[in-house]
Every structure is written in structure tokens, then in C-alpha cells.
Design a protein around this ligand. Sequence first.
Ligand code: IDP
Ligand code: MG
Length: 155
Amino acid sequence: MALERTFVILKPDALQRGLIGKVISRFEERGLKIVADKMGRMEKRMCDEHYSHLKDKQFFTRLVSFMTSAPVIYMVLEGAEAVEMLRGMCGATNARKAAVGTIRGDFALSTQCNIIHASDSKETAEKEVARFFSKEEIFEWVPSFEKFIYADDEK
Ligand code: IDP
Ligand code: MG
């Protein structure tokens, strides 16, 4: 089993509400490896591309306006089955329906302002990582405690 990469955005509500540290702590505490991390303001063009699957929805203009309203944190996380695992940690899109214990279920009450984006498939993850990060911005490293995170056949 190879380690997998997934792409995360901590949305403007996470920054504005002072929740960045708490969310990143969850990744670290679970054992996920941070391989890239940067702050930026999402340009409208990037946002249109990132959310192109929603461009015909009535809430699209409001969504773009929200996502470009304050800086965001972009991250790449690495772990075994990281894409599916991260989606599980995020919880349902509508935070009011997200299970308690998930990031959205613990920190949010909105469908739009739901703290975090995480890639929904391995294919999407690859595209999203390449869209937002250059190769030089992604770091390969081995955590000193890795043997206590995975058995040898799990990574
Ligand atoms: P996801 O973030 O759980 O993958 P998507 O359906 O891909 O959900 O939607 C992307 C983002 O668009 C959501 O996280 C949320 O911020 C916003 N969004 C999705 N559906 C709605 C809606 O019905 N009203 C308002 N915003 C929405
Ligand atoms: Mg999505």
C-alpha cells in the first residue's frame, strides 16, 4: 500500500474564526504528514476552475465571493488512503448534518461556510495538488515516529 496525497484548503471562515491551528492539530494528531503548506488569497480565476463542477448552481456567485473574501491556507497531506480518510474527517458538506467528531460537525453550521475543502478522489487530488502547488513547494520527508503510525505493510 503506497502513501497517498490529498489537497486541502482551509477556507476563509477557518482563518477569520481563528480555527486554523485547531484544524491542523487534528491532521498532526491523527498522524497525517504535512508535505506542503502556504497561505494565499484565492484568485477568482482559480476559484472558478476549482469549483467548475458547481458553475451552474444558483449559489455559485456567492460561493466564489466567499472563497475570495479572505486568505486561505492551502495544504498537501500524505498518508495511507489519505483522500478517503480526509473526506471522512471533514464530514458532510452541509455542516449542520455533519457528524459530531468531524471537522465540519464540530466547527461549523453552514453548507457554504464549512471550514475545509478536501479532494474527493485520487484523480481530483492529483489535479488539485498540481493546480495549486509547484513541485518545489512539496517536501518529501520521513517523520521520525513513522514506524509507530503504520505497520510496514500499510505504507
Ligand atoms: P464538498 O466541499 O463537500 O466536496 P461540493 O459539493 O464539492 O462539496 O461543494 C463545494 C463547496 O461549495 C462546499 O464545500 C460548499 O462550500 C459549497 N456548497 C456546496 N453546496 C452548496 C449549497 O447548496 N449552498 C451553498 N454552498 C454550497
Ligand atoms: Mg467537492
